[in-house]
Design a protein around this ligand. Sequence first.
Ligand SMILES: Nc1ncnc2c1ncn2[C@@H]1O[C@H](COP(=O)(O)OP(=O)(O)OP(=O)(O)O)[C@@H](O)[C@H]1O
Ligand SMILES: [Mg+2]
Length: 476
Amino acid sequence: MRVNGSVFIVDNDAKTYALVSAFLTYQGYNLVKSSSNGEIVDTIKKNNVDILIADLDHLQAVSPGFLERSVFINPLLVVIGYAGMPSDVPVAVPHDNIFTLPKPLNLDELESLVMRAREYQAMHACDKSEGLSNQHQLLSATMVGASQAMRGLFDMITKVAGSNATVLIQGESGTGKELAARAIHQLSDRVKKNFVPVNCAAIPDDLLESELFGHVKGSFTGAYSNRAGRFEMADKGTLFLDEIGDMKANLQVKLLRVLQNREFEPVGASKSQKVDVRIVAATNKNLEELVVSRDFREDLYYRLSVIPVTIPPLRERRDDIPLLIQAFLTRFNSDKRNSVKGFSRDTLEILCNYEWPGNVRELENLVERLVILKRSGFITPDDLPEKYLSGRLPVQIPVQVPAKVQSSAHAVPVVNELPEGGICLNSAVEEFENRLILQALARSGGNKKEAALLLNLKRTTLIEKLKKKNLAYGEE
Ligand SMILES: Nc1ncnc2c1ncn2[C@@H]1O[C@H](COP(=O)(O)OP(=O)(O)OP(=O)(O)O)[C@@H](O)[C@H]1O
Ligand SMILES: [Mg+2]
């Protein structure tokens, strides 16, 4: 079984202890036993404990002040604590390494917090890892992502930001092209000057030239005064030419001239004007194809794509989905003063397996809408709009939701049908069985007789299975 990390459980209630330990063993965690002297700090240090799960009342009683000191024991230690009422949480919980949930314990909630704990650790481990520049940290504060593709993108952005080279960003709609363009500007020496976006598709063709280059008074009907264009506004800064694939041929020639000579002529002017602008262009069209079909000038394409950057669609970097959801949830909870706690495991599974034709923008909008409508508690599949649910079969083999900390090799796709590369039937069936058993135990409050009834098994068969599966569920 995969080992995810080391967990130490502090709870004086035998039933809850048994339930939590069985659940975490099933999840692949290594359960740490208390050190011989019974000292919690000692146990954590000796066993490199990653996650401490505790009944907060009990924890405070046996180790007063522990929560306040926890982050100093191990900076990556996360405490997941439960208390009778949120107001029973014995400290003001000022640390972001402490997550709390109410009693009675709900395994879905616990699992969601364990996932958050792993994300917290991965994020902070990254912060501390050698060679991670300040620039990288600045980037990850605005652009969320830990997939290989996004890490590659962060590297590329940090490398190119310092140069003046023209960057062409390609990617489907909503993948984050504008965000990447802004990040390049933010990390460049030009940061104190303007970042000027121009959407070439949104401005009517006959106005785009004057919008870009400005005009002199009287140059056309309605030109009542001299007006600076976006190139001039972006002097010493960055000009972001969005939807460049929609630019008409006559303007493509003029743009090429600016790129070659670093000078332009405002509409109606007789003299050209020098300009020092860094150009970042973006498109969701395939420019190479437009070049082949002669809709885009080849010479301009080469001028623009000195540094080509492609942002892959979200469905090709599914590892980022839980991280983006968490980031948007935190943002919208805070913006809207709501307190949605998280997404249930099955909801996350659905979202991780959805195709996301609108990419990150669609995900962002969905989370915003769910936070507004739900306000508090956990988002469940019932809260999702219909389109996210279609294509789901009534029974799915449960899977591990890909989290930042797991390599993509660990991410098992939801098995609605036999994957192309085949599947290990035994492990899939065993996972399914384990989960149902644990759910039955959770529902029966740990009572094996009742759990066996729920599963239509004999009590002895259930106990046998628990032993065989090494799901150490309490003492017999
Ligand atoms: N990696 C990310 N982390 C956080 N937010 C993101 C990320 N990528 C995209 N977003 C958010 O998704 C939304 C869409 O991003 P953006 O406008 O940059 O996409 P785009 O590729 O320019 O889309 P379009 O082609 O439709 O213009 C924005 O609100 C942006 O903040
Ligand atoms: Mg855009």
